[in-house]
Design a protein around this ligand. Structure first.
Ligand SMILES: CC(C)(COP(=O)(O)OP(=O)(O)OC[C@H]1O[C@@H](n2cnc3c(N)ncnc32)[C@H](O)[C@@H]1OP(=O)(O)O)[C@@H](O)C(=O)NCCC(=O)NCCS
Length: 214
């Protein structure tokens, strides 16, 4: 798979192509996989980014990444506490992914267990990239890895609340267009869904419990 990655804004060379390799885990267990991404950052220097599953020791750094990405003027961003709760309720280890470059965690995404009626469906988010690494393809690599891992797990539907302009590039559409009703009608087209398997899906999406406590 090739992914088009963005250069930094300062010297604006054209976007380069990035090679992504999916590797088996060391003990030959089946997916989830690690995604290795080569980021070309200017001439002669190549940085490497890995998207891999979260490890328990990563958690303080993950929360720091979320804190930095969602930082507002003051106070702790809601997404930090939400993610801590999701680790206890709704958590799927295969869908808790970090992006790592030069040994540093620079991005994070989580997919948690929700439902549409009796059908399991995955709620995506928070998705967060450190401000200094934004706009360079990290979020995109995390999203593609999450979608791939969800397919490997035979998940049928992914849902999220976010910018249609950003998530449409991954195939997400307004929930109303694909038969997935929003848990809150006020969200309008910001509530989006992606169906991964054939067959009808119809009903209201329900997030994991921590989202109800927001
Ligand atoms: C939103 C976020 C996760 C995107 O990650 P990123 O690594 O900066 O994004 P990428 O480099 O993968 O972006 C790929 C493309 O999406 C675009 N894009 C990035 N953020 C966007 C946004 N909020 N709305 C619309 N387009 C966006 C980029 O301009 C780029 O477009 P191009 O390829 O056509 O030039 C990141 O900016 C972030 O952490 N923001 C703060 C937290 C947040 O808002 N999280 C999402 C909550 S739904």
């Amino acid at each position: 798979m090739h992914v088009r990655l963005r250069e930094t804004a300062d010297n604006t060379p054209p976007p380069t192509r990035t090679h992504v390799r999916l590797r088996e885990t060391a003990d030959n267990t089946p997916p989830p996989t690690q995604t290795h991404v080569r980021l070309r950052e200017g001439f002669g220097h190549t940085a490497r980014m890995i998207v891999r599953r979260e490890r328990p020791t990563d958690r303080p750094v993950i929360l720091d990444v979320i804190r930095a990405a969602f930082r507002k003027d003051s106070g702790e961003p809601t997404e930090v506490g939400l993610t801590q709760k999701l680790f206890d309720d709704g958590y799927l280890p295969e869908l808790s992914l970090v992006a790592v470059t030069d040994g540093q965690i620079v991005g994070y995404v989580i997919g948690t267990v929700g439902c549409i009626g009796d059908t399991e469906a995955i709620g995506i988010g928070p998705l967060a990239v450190l401000p200094e690494f934004q706009g360079r393809g990290v979020g995109q690599a995390l999203m593609y890895a999450l979608i791939g891992a969800s397919e490997a797990l035979h998940e049928r539907v992914l849902a999220l609340l976010g910018e249609p302009e950003y998530y449409s590039r991954f195939g997400f559409r307004a929930g109303s267009e694909v038969g997935v009703k929003s848990p809150d009608s006020a969200w309008g087209d910001y509530f989006q869904a992606l169906q991964l398997t054939d067959g009808p899906v119809n009903g209201e999406f329900q997030y994991a419990k921590p989202f109800d406590e927001l």
